[in-house]
Design a protein around this ligand. Structure first.
Ligand SMILES: [Zn+2]
Length: 138
C-alpha cells in the first residue's frame, strides 16, 4: 500500500473503526457505505473494542513474494508467524497476525485482543507503517 493511502487510513487501522447500521444494528469491519442486511445508507462510524476469538489460524513459514525486494527480506526475517481469522466480539471477522505466543498457546476459540504494532518498515525511506495485530488475551 502506498504511503499516502496508509496515512489516510491510519485512524481505521489504529483503532479498528468500522460502521454501525442505525436501522438494524449490524456492525461491519472494514467500513462499508451501505448496510449489507437492510440497505441503509446512513452508516455511522463504530469503534470496535478489539477483543475476539480465533476462528482458525495458520503458521506462515515462507515469505510472500513481492516485487520490492526489501519488503521480501523483511518478511523473511519475520517467519514463521501465525496468521489468524478472528471473530470480533461484536460480530465481524478479520485476518490478523497473532504475536507474542508459542505454538502451544494457539488454539481455535482462544480469546485474543488487539495490540498496536509496527507492520512494515519501508527500507531507506524509513517510513514505518503501523497497524493492528492481536495477542492472546490472558
Ligand atoms: Zn442495517
Amino acid at each position: 500500500m502506498a504511503v499516502p493511502k496508509i496515512w489516510r487510513k491510519i485512524p481505521e487501522y489504529y483503532n479498528l473503526i468500522g460502521k454501525l447500521c442505525p436501522e438494524c444494528n449490524a456492525k461491519f469491519f472494514p467500513k462499508r457505505t451501505v448496510c449489507k442486511n437492510c440497505g441503509c445508507t446512513r452508516m455511522q462510524d463504530y469503534k470496535f473494542e478489539g477483543k475476539g476469538k480465533i476462528v482458525t489460524y495458520t503458521i506462515i513459514r515462507t515469505s510472500m513474494s513481492d516485487p520490492e525486494q526489501e519488503i521480501n527480506e523483511q518478511a523473511a526475517r519475520n517467519i514463521p508467524y501465525a496468521l489468524a481469522i478472528i471473530k470480533l466480539k461484536e460480530g465481524p471477522m478479520l485476518t490478523a497476525q497473532i504475536i507474542d505466543c508459542g505454538d502451544s498457546e494457539l488454539n481455535i476459540g482462544k480469546k485474543v485482543k488487539k495490540v498496536f504494532r509496527k507492520i512494515l518498515e519501508n527500507g531507506p525511506s524509513g517510513v514505518i507503517q503501523y497497524g493492528y495485530k492481536f495477542k492472546i488475551d490472558k
